[in-house]
Design a protein around this ligand. Structure first.
Ligand SMILES: *Cc1c(COP(=O)(O)O)cnc(C)c1O
Length: 387
């Protein structure tokens, strides 16, 4: 008798079903929000696996199963925000340990590293991780993590995950990749050799700009155990309601990301062809210095675009005119968000810090949403006329 081969579920099926099986006690198709702080115990030392909500919550368990499956990891642990996840990651280290970080990352990351965690004896240095040799040179004897964001924020520079993983592993260093900008649909860091992936679930995973959260997806049991201990001890966990929002959001990840990607390409092409736009930073353009690497490493180019208007005045004038695009921080939602890195997301770096990595006062960043591309382009077109 022919036996049916076990079929590996596809990405869309995983997004919809992994961790999202119907509730065994009621049959509810959507994972319930377990709004409870504690669980009744049948007797001393006898419980159903849940004792107190800081330690564990069934809605959270389901989200952790879902994200581990979607990112292709072994386990996931979720936190109150992306920054809470990065902070939890660093509490896996001890005083004297060193972290090598990509030199233009989400602005909150160097703020946490330099202005808080450096006071606890951790060492942080920064390198242009788009240059693999620079990574090799920057590793130290006490380096525990290489922390890489690719594409970077807001300059969209690309780091070669596979090459960096090889260098790190030769030296016993774990590679951590912030995959927030791409989502597991467009980029698969763990398959390229990364040891852990970080997400701000606030962005594409949730996808609807209505919840805050962070996740770490692990490849080893010891990482997940240590992070569960950190969740319990520090307590910066994701609430059941926010977990539920992400569980709902990821169900459509496989349809949202190709649309973001397609709209991103169209908007980038439009900007690249506009006479008032001085420069466009988007890995999907053939003019991007790492276009080939991006095409090889990612399944698409995403919807994050930065461009140069030439001056603070120009940026101000155009940002005052947008109507379909909303002026605001954050990214990855269904609506197009437009922002000004120098005064918003990267203000904390200071003028010198921004100049060092190439963020100018005239730079504008767009997170292209899922509206009709023609409407986004028409809006940008009329706003650019103000310059
Ligand atoms: C937003 C963001 C973070 C921080 O996440 P929060 O949920 O805002 O705390 C980290 N990394 C990247 C790339 C981000 O875009």
């Amino acid at each position: 008798m022919a036996r049916q081969k076990a079929r590996t579920p596809g990405f869309a099926t995983t997004c919809i079903h992994a961790g999202q099986e119907p509730d065994p006690s009621t049959g509810a198709v959507a994972v319930p929000i377990f709004a409870t702080s504690t669980y009744v115990q049948e007797g001393l030392g006898k419980n159903k696996g849940y004792e107190y909500a800081r330690v564990s919550n069934p809605t959270r368990t389901r989200l952790e199963q879902s994200l581990a499956a979607i990112e292709g990891g072994r386990h996931a642990r979720v936190f109150a925000s992306g920054m809470a996840a990065v902070s939890a990651l660093c509490t896996m280290l001890k005083a004297g340990d060193h972290v090598l970080c990509s030199h233009n990352v989400y602005g909150g990351v160097p703020r946490l590293f330099n202005q808080i965690l450096a006071h606890y004896g951790l060492e942080f240095t920064y390198a242009d991780t788009s240059d693999t040799l620079a990574v090799e040179r920057a590793l130290r004897k006490n380096t525990r993590f290489a922390y890489v964001e690719t594409p970077t924020n807001p300059l969209m520079s690309i780091s070669d995950i596979e090459a960096i993983a090889r260098i790190c592993h030769k030296r016993g260093v774990d590679l951590v990749v912030d995959n927030t900008f791409m989502s597991p649909y467009l980029q698969r860091p763990l398959e390229l050799g990364a040891d852990m992936v970080v997400h701000s679930t606030t962005k594409f995973l949730n996808g609807h700009s209505d919840g805050l959260g962070g996740a770490i997806i692990c490849t080893r049991d010891d990482q997940a155990e240590q992070l569960a201990f950190i969740q319990k001890s520090v307590g910066a966990i994701m609430s059941p309601f926010e977990c539920w929002l992400v569980l709902r959001g990821v169900k459509t990840l496989e349809v949202r990301m190709p649309r973001h990607d397609q709209n991103g390409r169209e908007v980038a092409e439009f900007l690249a062809g506009h006479r008032k736009v001085k420069k466009v930073f988007y890995p999907g353009l053939a003019s991007h210095p790492q276009h080939q690497l991006a095409a090889r490493q990612m399944r698409g180019f995403g919807s994050m675009i930065s461009f140069e208007t030439g001056s603070l005045g120009n940026a101000k004038r155009m940002l005052a005119r947008v109507r379909v695009c909303s002026l605001g921080e954050s990214l990855g939602g269904v609506e197009t968000l437009i922002s000004h890195p120098a005064t918003m997301t990267h203000a904390a770096l200071g003028e010198k810090g921004r100049k060092a990595i190439g963020i100018t006062d005239g730079m504008v960043r767009i997170s292209v949403g899922m509206e009709d591309a023609g409407d986004i382009i028409a809006d940008l077109d009329q706003a650019l006329d103000a310059m």
